[in-house]
Ligand binder design. Structure first.
Ligand SMILES: CC(C)(COP(=O)(O)OP(=O)(O)OC[C@H]1O[C@@H](n2cnc3c(N)ncnc32)[C@H](O)[C@@H]1OP(=O)(O)O)[C@@H](O)C(=O)NCCC(=O)NCCS
Length: 360
């Protein structure tokens, strides 16, 4: 292979979903809402709540992706973790993954663009491989967002869930992996989705850091998200001289079924070519697309050489459209023995303490 490779192929993938399931009916035990309202407005039926910190979920996902790729973690040269939630502000989550997979001394960074963080991370890692800085990379997308949810607000509490997934990228001379993308942000709309109480700004406001209040204009987010994603998909495809007619499968950010349907309509792709799992997990922010990619592979929705389109949006308001060429292999080369620590705690039990912080 030449020093400067043509592509960064996705050669491994793995997901990690915490076992505790929070159903719509569970939420209706403490908020004025119903399964009917949530399912009809969002498509969501249930979501997961993590009993462990983000680093644990991401490590398990990373171990599975490495086993799937048949790659020894010690050979990884770059780790990029896409996330908005965090175990610690410092050090970052990527350094913890580095230590646990044994990739001593490799580059390790977190990327935060809210729900688009995995896609911005994929772009970052692919660009570093294509420019010859590194030969391979581990890219994760994950969130443990349940501690930051305002569990007294029915507008918010029904929408989000926890989870993580990872992919392994490898330099290749084949035209594979991320072929083209459009990354964007409507900064003038950054106030339509803002989580008050998550950062240092709140130390100056006599607020308790961690006691969150969400500024959230659902319908504005909806409109901007659809506009941004359709635009980004069109521009990314145009860079390749292609139209949506040649797309084999859309793997979109899973925030809301109605948003996904609107983007498919605007992009000119029939729903049969769109993969959805929002009913199972809700909006896992940075984790939605890599988890959906893993499940699309498990469910035989990805064919060898398929052209995939990945639209996403998030707070900022960031938006992206990625065009990915899949390789030939659809099955993992190996499996990992790594598992999450056992837990039989219910989701309602886990969120009890987060609800207490708000009430205090
Ligand atoms: C949030 C969202 C589902 C709301 O759907 P909507 O059709 O726009 O609903 P509205 O905001 O018009 O609210 C309609 C009513 O339902 C109520 N409502 C809101 N959440 C509710 C819930 N969980 N259960 C029952 N009623 C609820 C509202 O209070 C409102 O009542 P009102 O008319 O008496 O004031 C929708 O706007 C959306 O998905 N937006 C995008 C949000 C998103 O994905 N964000 C993630 C960003 S990464």
């Amino acid at each position: 292979m030449s020093t400067i490779p043509r592509g960064a192929a996705i050669v491994g993938w793995g997901k990690c979903l915490p076992p505790a399931v929070l159903t719509n009916a569970d939420i209706a035990t403490f908020l004025d809402t119903s399964d009917e309202w949530i399912a009809s407005r969002t498509g969501i039926r249930e979501r997961r709540v993590s009993h462990v910190p983000l680093g644990e979920l991401m490590y398990v996902a990373a171990a599975r992706a490495l086993a799937c790729a048949g790659v020894d973690g010690r050979t990884i040269e770059l780790i990029v973790c896409g996330t908005t939630s965090y175990d610690d502000q410092a050090p970052n989550v990527a350094s913890g993954i580095q230590r646990r997979i044994g990739a001593e001394g490799c580059a390790a960074m977190d990327v935060n663009t809210a729900c688009t963080s995995f896609l911005y991370s994929l772009s970052t890692a692919t660009a570093m491989i294509k420019s010859g800085v590194v030969k391979n990379a581990l890219v994760t997308g994950g969130e443990v967002i349940s501690p930051f949810i305002d569990w007294t607000d029915r507008n918010i509490a029904v929408l989000f869930g926890d989870g993580a997934a990872a992919v392994v990228l490898q330099a290749t001379d084949r035209e594979e992996g991320l072929l083209a993308e459009k990354l964007g942000c409507y900064g003038e709309s950054r106030e339509i989705l803002r989580v008050h109480g998550m950062g240092a700004a709140y130390a100056h406001q006599n607020r308790v850091i961690g006691r969150t209040e969400w500024q959230f204009e659902g319908q504005e987010i909806f409109k901007k998200a659809v506009h941004g994603m359709a635009l980004a998909c069109g521009e990314a495809l145009a860079k390749l001289g292609k139209t949506s007619a040649v797309v084999d499968l859309v793997v979109p950010h899973q925030a809301n079924m109605r948003i996904i349907e609107a983007v498919a309509r605007k992009t000119g792709v029939p729903m049969e070519k769109v993969f959805t799992n929002v009913h199972r997990y809700g909006n896992m922010s940075a984790a939605t697309i890599p988890v959906a990619l893993c499940e699309a592979l498990e469910e035989n929705r990805v064919k060898p050489g398929a052209l995939l389109l990945m639209p996403s949006f998030g707070a900022g308001l960031t938006f992206t459209g990625h065009v990915v060429r899949w390789g030939e292999r659809l099955t993992p080369l190996g499996t990992s023995p790594v598992e999450l620590p056992d837990s039989n705690r219910s989701a309602l039990d886990i969120i009890t303490k987060y609800r207490a912080i708000k009430a205090a």
